[in-house]
Design a protein around this ligand. Structure first.
Ligand code: ZN
Length: 46
C-alpha cells in the first residue's frame, strides 16, 4: 500500500500548486488560491 503524504492541492484549471490561507482557525475555514490563474476555492469541513 502506498502512504498518502500531505501533498499540496493542485489547481483544477491549470494544475498549478494552490496556496492556502487560513481564514477561520476555529472553523477550519481555509481558502485555496492559485497565483497563476487567480482561482480561489474555500473549504469548510461539515
Ligand atoms: Zn490555476
Amino acid at each position: 500500500m502506498r502512504t498518502h503524504v500531505a501533498e499540496p492541492r493542485l489547481c483544477p484549471t491549470c494544475s498549478d500548486i494552490l496556496r492556502f490561507e487560513i481564514l477561520d482557525d476555529e472553523r477550519f475555514l481555509v481558502a485555496w488560491s492559485c497565483v497563476n490563474c487567480g482561482l480561489i476555492r474555500t473549504t469548510e469541513p461539515v
